[in-house]
Design a protein around this ligand. Structure first.
Ligand code: ADP
Ligand code: MG
Length: 394
């Protein structure tokens, strides 16, 4: 390619060798974990990392974890770093299984309680003298989807295993630490003692992040300064942007692809403009989220779209939504979920930023929850939902 040298450097899961403007956060993490070394086995550390999407929480905790691991190795301490996404593993049981499989520890899949499984994991670490830092990424989802009891179990592990050597420490990564404010005070204080906040990036910070990617991903001299600055200013929080590095990198990538298609020797601001409008911040973030949804939440979205089209209103009472939802289920030959489950799905999608909910005010009989989509109901959006629904039905 005349434009790209290594396109994979622009993929969201790529971990770059440097993290400009997050050195300080890595230091803070290292400081928070300092006691782990000086009190080996006597203390379990818990840290909360919070901040909006695209501020580098995932990439920074991963980098910290792996650096810390090799530092401990140099001192003859065995440590495993385990990074789990609660968006994918939503229950305590699934998380536990995932921890076991990260440790390559065979656990019988059925017939074990989480407590028993955790004990097996702990014995395994004990026998091999291994310590573990477990990052629970997108922890908001776990808190939202689990019982207090399960959250307690995770967080207060060593109250259950009181005599055990402290082998497991946690990093809880959250979009919004307010999501644990609903938990009772005991748990909250337990988790919140170390809070590390990630600010949205400014345009100067984004510029540096993008410059590294340009160097690694593009042919020499195809991305002019002006183009870089242009992207950085589109997203910089100081310029009214979201400060989201993920979207900035995505824009850079798409601008490069557009330049390539147009046989341009350079990636120009005009390519950035086109890329920017294509990406359309909200839509792209949400599409990403939607691809994780199961069938029934998708049917709920479909029901909202139908009602939106039919009633020409944005706010739909939940009762109305449930009726439409169960009609679609009948059409599809699917057993409709119960009210409480539907409520859970709605809560989860609100957390994902797809839905908004509010209580009806005066003028409506009784009080009811009104639900609206946060994205415009475009034909593209409808097609996307229908397509995902069909994929789940196959
Ligand atoms: P979050 O988890 O906060 O949503 P991510 O860690 O996924 O954010 O970062 C989003 C994207 O931006 C990833 O591709 C990541 O590699 C990149 N990124 C974020 N911060 C930096 C940084 N300081 N330096 C280099 N790349 C970064
Ligand atoms: Mg993340």
């Amino acid at each position: 390619s005349n434009i790209f040298k290594r396109l994979e450097v622009l993929a969201p899961e790529h971990v770059p060798s440097r993290l400009p403007h997050r050195e300080e956060k890595i230091k803070e993490l290292t400081l928070a974990f300092r006691d782990l070394l000086s009190n080996l086995g006597l203390t379990s550390i818990r840290v909360v990392v919070s901040g909006p999407t695209g501020t580098g929480k995932t990439v920074t905790t991963k980098t910290f974890g792996n650096t810390f691991k090799s530092r401990l190795k140099d001192r003859g301490v065995k440590m495993e770093y385990i990074h789990l996404n609660c968006h994918k593993q939503r229950t305590l049981y699934l998380l536990t299984m995932e921890i076991a499989s990260s440790l390559k520890l065979p656990i019988p899949v059925r017939g074990l309680s989480t407590q028993e499984a955790f004990r097996i994991i702990h014995d395994y670490l004990e026998k091999r003298n291994i310590y573990a830092i477990i990052t629970l990424d997108e922890f908001d989802y776990f808190v939202n989807a689990s019982s207090q009891e399960d959250v307690y179990f995770l967080v207060r592990l060593y109250d259950e295993l009181s005599s055990a050597t402290r082998r497991i420490s946690y990093i809880f990564v959250m979009r919004d630490e307010q999501n644990i404010s609903t938990l009772d005070r005991g748990i909250r204080d337990h988790i919140m003692r170390n809070l590390i906040y990630f600010n949205p990036y400014t345009s100067l910070e984004l510029r540096d992040i993008l410059a590294d990617r340009v160097e690694d991903a593009f042919q020499p001299n195809v991305v002019p300064e002006e183009t870089l600055n242009f992207i950085a200013e589109l997203y910089g929080s100081d310029k009214g942007g979201s400060g989201n590095a993920r979207l900035a990198i995505e824009t850079l990538e798409m601008a490069g692809k557009l330049a390539e298609v147009k046989n341009s020797a350079l990636v120009l601001p005009e390519h950035v403009k086109e890329a920017f409008s294509k990406i359309n911040k909200e839509a792209s973030e949400i599409v990403d989220e939607i691809s994780y949804l199961e069938l029934h939440p998708l049917i709920i979205l479909k029901a909202l779209i139908n009602l939106h089209n039919r009633l020409k209103t944005d706010s739909i009472p939940i009762g109305r939504l449930e009726k439409e939802y169960s009609d679609i289920c009948t059409e599809l030959g699917e057993e409709p979920r119960r009210h409480t489950q539907i409520y859970e799905y709605v809560k989860r999608m609100r957390l994902m930023g797809i839905l908004e909910t509010r209580q009806s005010g005066r003028g409506m009989r009784g009080r009811t929850t009104l639900i609206s989509l946060t994205v415009p109901v475009t034909p593209e959006f409808e097609t996307l939902i229908t397509k995902k629904m069909r994929m789940r039905l196959d």
